[in-house]
Write a protein that binds this ligand. Structure first.
Ligand code: DLL
Length: 447
């Protein structure tokens, strides 16, 4: 168990769990096979892109006789969704689509996703299941600071919390002073937001003279961006609450694809009655890896109606682990990063989460950092800008910078420059935080 403080939130009462949460591994796999066969046929018959993809690959829904046969089917990518913009991959007529969301996408067109009423109902059930696993009770007031709008975080978390029976405070992201005021006045038990936004809120509280440990909050269910065990510890100590992980992505559903149990805090259980996960070798996608091996997470939906998704490449890097608190469902390890977020610095692969892990072990350094990559003389250079903790002296900061530089060299293998900057000087997030500033492209464009 990994707790920074005695548990404030407690495990869900087994009597309140969904029947599927109590299934054995064998029962889950039996259910998966039936649902997988149905989904693959449904997608093939209703979505022209899947008909073409399967035909081109020479596979047919009849070829899916056991779970391992899924590997014969082609992948779906973000590009497929972009090419089908906006509604080309929907499997039902528009009058059956009850809700649309879209992910912003840093480049090009957004990816658009749709939900039938049944999809929304199942989504609510899975978010409710995730929140319950993380220690949220039906009697709780839930402060929801995920962004409302096209992003799936706000509304997805909202309906899940309502479905669980909670009182929901629909704050959305931003307006940090107002968030603090509402936390003080409404006295919520749970907060839902990104881990970096919770950090922003806690910092703003401290600045306003409010002890972040003194609030009514008992737990936080955090996701939408990578975070580490070190960050969990930081947040739990800073705010005196239990912090659990929630994972998801819009193309597969939204938040609630996987959720972490508060009694074990050992990674999110994937709700395998609705999604079949695989881990593949990102560099050789013909290889499906074994449980425990690190690679790229791939999902197939098992119950989605408006947008069934077959072998969707998430680009998220992790591994599958056996179930613990829910033995029938596998867990996912922490996401170490995304393939497309990986910095390749003079041949060494590096993720922001690795820096977070190392930096948070150095007492004078705060969790507020950003990575700048430049190319002054044909050679890539990495600068880690990181805020000092308020109480750290300048001498401690000099030592901390040297320590961080040397730990990065030892553990990751890259040389870099470390600039310890003043508290509050780096950008804060109210949602997903941008950690990487790649200034090479900008310099090239100007050349
Ligand atoms: O971020 C859905 C979500 C909302 C999840 C609220 C959890 C809470 P997208 O905007 O489509 O959807 O972004 C999905 O965010 O592929 C991961 O790279 C990252 N991500 C989401 N949850 C986690 C997490 C929402 N718990 C992308 N840990 C995913 C690490 C996460 N990364």
């Amino acid at each position: 168990m990994n707790t920074a403080s005695p548990l404030k939130a407690t495990a869900a009462d087994p009597a309140t769990l969904d029947p599927e949460e109590l299934m054995s591994r064998e029962e889950i796999e039996t259910l998966q096979l039936v649902r997988l066969q149905e989904t693959v046929r449904y997608a093939y018959e209703r979505v022209p892109l899947y008909t073409k993809k399967f035909d081109d690959a020479g596979v047919h829904p009849d070829d899916l006789k056991e779970l391992a046969d899924l590997a014969k089917f082609p992948y779906t990518t973000k590009e497929d969704l972009r090419q089908s913009y906006p509604f080309g991959m929907f499997a039902v007529p528009m009058e059956q689509v009850a809700r649309i969301h879209a992910s912003s996408g840093t480049t090009g067109r957004p990816t658009v996703v749709g939900y039938t009423k049944g999809d929304l109902d199942r989504w609510g059930t899975l978010v409710a299941r995730s929140l319950r696993a993380s220690g949220v009770k039906s009697s709780y007031k839930v402060h929801n600071a995920y962004g409302y709008g096209l992003f799936t975080g706000g509304l997805g978390a909202h309906f899940g919390a309502e479905k669980l029976g909670c009182t929901v405070i629909p704050m959305s992201g931003g307006q940090t002073e107002r968030q603090i005021q509402m936390i003080q006045d409404f006295e919520p038990d749970t907060i839902l937001c990104t881990p970096t936004y919770l950090l922003t809120i806690a910092d703003a509280m401290a600045k306003a003279g409010i002890d972040p440990r003194s609030t009514s909050l008992k737990n936080a269910v955090l996701g939408a961006e990578p975070w580490t065990e070190e960050m969990r510890h930081e947040l739990e100590v800073l705010l005196d609450l239990d912090a659990c992980d929630i994972y998801g992505l819009s193309e597969v559903m939204g938040p609630g694809v996987a959720g972490e149990c508060v009694e074990t805090k050992d990674g999110a259980h994937i709700w395998e009655d609705h999604f079949r996960p695989e881990i593949i070798d990102p560099f050789d996608d013909t290889r499906v890896l074994q449980d425990g091996e690190h690679g790229e997470l791939v999902f197939t939906s098992l119950t989605k109606e408006a947008l069934p998704i077959i072998r969707y490449r998430t680009h998220d890097l992790t591994r599958l682990l056996p179930g613990t608190a829910r033995p029938g469902m596998r867990r996912m390890g922490r996401i170490t990063g995304r393939n497309d977020d990986m910095i390749i610095l003079r041949g060494v692969n590096l993720f922001p989460s690795q820096i977070e892990e190392i930096a948070l072990r150095i007492p004078a350094l705060s969790p507020h950092f950003q990575l700048e990559i430049t190319r002054p003389d044909r050679m890539d250079e990495l600068t880690v800008k990181i805020e000092r903790r308020t109480e750290a002296s300048s001498e401690e900061c000099i030592g901390a910078a040297a320590e961080l530089r040397s730990q990065i060299k030892i553990h990751i293998g890259s040389s870099c420059t470390v600039n310890v900057v003043e508290p509050g000087s780096l950008a804060r997030s109210s949602g997903k935080l941008r950690r990487i500033y790649d200034l090479r492209k900008k310099a090239e464009a100007q050349a």
